[in-house]
Ligand binder design. Structure first.
Ligand SMILES: [Fe+2]
Ligand SMILES: [Fe+2]
Length: 352
C-alpha cells in the first residue's frame, strides 16, 4: 500500500497539526456527505461521527495549547471508542518509527482541505431524502390538525419533528460548517457546530423512537422541508445562524411549552417527556447562535439588531410577533440575548 510519510516532524507540534487538519477535513467531508445521503439511519450515524470528531478536535486543540498540563489530559467519551478505532483503521494518523503516515485516500482530503484552488464543497438546494419520505407541496400537510384523534395527531407531530425540525437542524449546521470552511475562525466554529449536529442527531433519534413507540413509521406523513427552506433562502452564513439558531432555537427555548402542554392534556406524558428532554438543549443552541452572530458581526450591537429585524421578517416572523415570543426573559438572557438587545424592544429581565 502506498503511503505518504511526513519525515520532518519538529518536536511534538507536527503530529498535532496533522491530526487537527485531518479532523477538520473529516468533519467537512462528512457534512458534505450528510447533506447528500438519503438514508436517515446513515445520516444519523454521520451526525454521531461528526460530533465525535468535533469533540476530539476540541480536545486535541486544548492539548496542543498545553501539552504537558495534567489537567488537559484527553478524556475520550465512551461512545468514541469504536468510532475512533474505525477512524484510525481508515485514516491512520499515527505512523510507526518515522513519524506520521497517511493513507493515499487521505492525502486527497488534505489537498482539498488546504488548497485554495479547490472550490469549497457546495451546499445542495435541498438535502437528500430517502424515497419512503414523501415531499408535500401544501403547507401544513406534514402533520394532523389538532382536531384529529389524539394518537394520529401525536404521531404526525413526532413525524414532522423528526424530518422537518431535527433532521433539518442537523443539515443546516452541516451546511454552515461547509460555508465556514475557509474562514479564520473555522476551527472553533467546526467544534461548536459539530457538537450541535450531534445534539440534533440525538433529538432526531428521540423523535423517531417516540413515533415508532406509538406505532407510527417513516413515510406515514409527508414533509415540507419548511425549516430548511426558510433558512436556505439566505446566502450569508451570519443570516442563516440568525434565522435558525438565534430566532428559531431561541423561540424553542422559550415557547415550546405549548406543544408539551398539548401532549400532556391528551395524556401522552411519555411523548411530552421526550420533548422536554429535547428542549433542554435549545437554550444552549440559542446561546451558540448569539455567540457566533456577535462574533461574525464583531460585537456590533446595531448591526445585530438590524439583522435580527431583517431575518425575522424574511422567515415569516414579523417583528411584532417575534418579540411577543420573548416570554421567559431569564431564559432568554441565559440563551445569550443581552440587556441592550432586550431594552431595544422595551423588554427587561428580572433585576434589569
Ligand atoms: Fe433539536
Ligand atoms: Fe436545537
Amino acid at each position: 500500500m502506498k503511503v505518504k510519510t511526513f519525515n520532518s516532524i519538529d518536536g511534538w507540534h507536527k503530529p498535532w497539526e496533522i491530526i487537527d487538519q485531518l479532523l477538520k477535513q473529516f468533519i467537512v467531508s462528512e457534512c458534505h456527505h450528510l447533506l447528500r445521503e438519503p438514508k436517515c439511519s446513515v445520516k444519523l450515524k454521520k451526525a454521531t461521527h461528526i460530533g465525535l470528531a468535533g469533540e476530539l478536535l476540541k480536545q486535541v486543540n486544548e492539548l496542543r495549547e498545553e501539552p504537558f498540563s495534567a489537567s488537559r489530559r484527553v478524556k475520550i467519551p465512551k461512545a468514541m471508542d469504536s468510532w475512533l478505532s474505525d477512524l484510525i483503521e481508515n485514516y491512520p494518523p499515527i505512523g510507526r518509527d518515522r513519524g506520521i503516515t497517511v493513507l493515499k485516500s487521505t492525502q486527497k482530503f488534505f489537498r482539498s482541505y488546504s488548497s485554495k484552488s479547490v472550490t469549497r464543497p457546495s451546499v445542495p438546494k435541498t438535502p437528500a431524502r430517502e424515497k419512503v419520505l414523501r415531499p408535500s407541496t401544501r403547507p401544513g400537510d406534514n402533520c394532523e390538525p389538532l382536531s384529529s384523534p389524539p394518537l394520529r395527531w401525536v404521531r404526525g407531530f413526532l413525524h414532522s419533528l423528526f424530518v422537518d425540525v431535527e433532521l433539518s437542524a442537523m443539515e443546516l449546521s452541516a451546511a454552515g460548517i461547509i460555508m465556514a470552511k475557509d474562514t479564520a475562525y473555522f476551527s472553533e466554529f467546526a467544534c461548536d457546530f459539530s457538537l450541535h449536529i450531534w445534539d440534533e442527531g440525538r433529538h432526531a433519534e428521540i423523535a423517531l423512537y417516540g413515533l415508532r413507540f406509538l406505532g407510527g413509521k417513516l413515510g406515514d406523513y409527508t414533509y415540507t422541508n419548511h425549516t430548511w427552506n426558510k433558512v436556505n433562502q439566505f446566502s450569508e452564513l451570519v443570516e442563516r445562524i440568525m434565522g435558525e439558531n438565534v430566532i428559531e432555537e431561541g423561540n424553542a427555548s422559550d415557547r415550546a411549552m405549548g406543544q408539551i402542554k398539548n401532549l400532556r392534556s391528551m395524556g401522552y406524558h411519555q411523548a411530552a417527556n421526550l420533548l422536554e428532554h429535547i428542549n433542554v438543549d435549545e437554550l444552549r443552541h440559542a446561546r451558540l447562535g448569539n455567540k457566533w452572530v456577535k462574533r461574525i458581526l464583531e460585537q456590533n450591537d446595531r448591526q445585530f439588531i438590524d439583522l435580527f429585524k431583517r431575518v425575522s421578517t424574511k422567515i415569516g416572523r414579523p417583528l411584532k410577533h417575534q418579540i411577543s415570543c420573548f416570554e421567559n426573559l431569564d431564559a432568554r438572557m441565559r440563551a445569550g440575548f443581552d440587556r441592550n438587545f432586550l431594552k431595544q424592544f422595551g423588554l427587561s429581565a428580572a433585576g434589569g
